[in-house]
Design a protein around this ligand. Structure first.
Ligand code: SF4
Ligand code: SF4
Length: 113
């Protein structure tokens, strides 16, 4: 379960786990990194344009990995994080969602009560 203050309804995470099943990061295609990602022969990784830009004004692409986290478990129809309360749990997981971007608004049910 997440614990950040933006999360109005942490119980929603039990039936959602989207941020544990889909991981995203951003890149501005320096050295053709995004072009290279687009050539990967898989349906599990997608690239889309985002509303974000670097401090220098370069557009950022969103890389979407449709690959679940190995610490995610489902018991009796509800999701749990095996690393909850553990120091090994990534800090970004403890703080997510730390932003309410178009991405979070798309699927994070926990942002609303
Ligand atoms: S997307 Fe939102 S509601 Fe779903 S598991 Fe993540 S923080 Fe919880
Ligand atoms: S470590 Fe836990 S909270 Fe973070 S992505 Fe994996 S299952 Fe989700």
């Amino acid at each position: 379960m997440k614990s950040h203050k933006l999360l109005k309804n942490p119980e929603a995470c039990r039936t959602c786990a989207k941020c544990c099943r889909i991981f995203t990061f951003y890149d501005h295609n320096g050295d053709g990194f995004i072009d290279r990602i687009r050539l990967l022969k898989t349906k599990k990784i997608k690239v889309e344009e985002s509303d974000f830009a670097t401090n220098e004004g370069k557009s950022l692409f969103r890389v979407i990995l449709n690959i679940p986290c190995s610490a995610l478990v489902k018991k009796k129809g509800k999701y749990f994080c095996k690393l909850f309360g553990n120091k090994k749990r990534p800090q970004m997981c403890n703080e997510y969602p730390y932003n309410m971007t178009d991405w979070e608004k798309r699927f994070c049910k926990g942002l609303k009560k």
